[in-house]
Unconditional design. Structure first.
Length: 211
């Protein structure tokens, strides 16, 4: 299965990608994680990307597509993969097609903006191991401290209220049109986000025909 997960920032794409990845034993490829690793390691691509990410703007297409093409060429992608966070624009989707990166299903997780704002502004990320928590939905055992490594929990710059509003604006203008793009190719499926991760996973499995 070659799957793209679509949806607003904070729709739960990363969480669901990890669950589907374990279930089907195919890698979940998060451009966010690949980029954050590049930023942390100070690679040329990372430094290039950081300037954009700090403003809540999109990283240039050629940087993203280059990273993705290298990743899907690796051995663990032979039986399929899940793309999370790419494509974000019609141009990226067209470039993926040109590069021969195939897609069986584009699955869109639908969530309203208010819910997204609550989710993202409450998110906390470990400065050491990048594990994520949420002040109400998934709080750490000890406030401000990561359960896994004891690192300090911080608010990522792109989870700050103003940046979240900007990210949603960018999503509606540039990423949401992908639903039409994939609908025309008869590979689009949509599911409504549910109140719990498990309930959302169940409707995704149903949509994808996974038992």
């Amino acid at each position: 299965m070659k799957l793209i997960l679509l949806g607003a920032p904070g729709a739960g794409k990363g969480t669901q990608a990890e669950i589907i990845s374990k279930k089907l034993d195919i890698p979940a490829i998060s451009t966010g994680n690949i980029l954050r690793a590049a930023v942390k390691n100070g690679t040329p691509v990372g430094l290039q990307a950081k300037a954009y990410m700090d403003k809540g703007a999109l990283v240039p297409d050629e940087v993203i597509i280059g990273i993705v093409k290298e990743r899907v060429a690796e051995d663990d992608c032979k039986n399929g993969y899940i793309l999370d966070g790419v494509p974000r624009t019609i141009n990226q989707a067209e470039q993926l097609e040109k590069e021969g990166i195939e897609i069986d299903t584009a699955l869109s997780i639908e969530v309203d903006d208010k819910t997204i704002e609550d989710r993202l502004t409450g998110r906390r990320t470990c400065s050491q191991c990048s594990a994520t928590f949420h002040v109400t939905a998934n709080p750490p055992k000890q406030e401000g401290i990561c359960d896994h490594c004891g690192g300090k929990l911080t608010i990522r710059k792109d989870d700050e209220p103003e940046t979240v509003k900007n990210r949603l604006k960018v999503y509606h203008a540039e990423t949401e049109p992908l639903k039409d793009f994939y609908a025309k190719r008869s590979v689009l499926k949509t599911v409504d986000s549910k109140p719990t991760i498990e309930a959302t996973t169940a409707v995704i499995y149903e949509a994808l025909g996974i038992n």
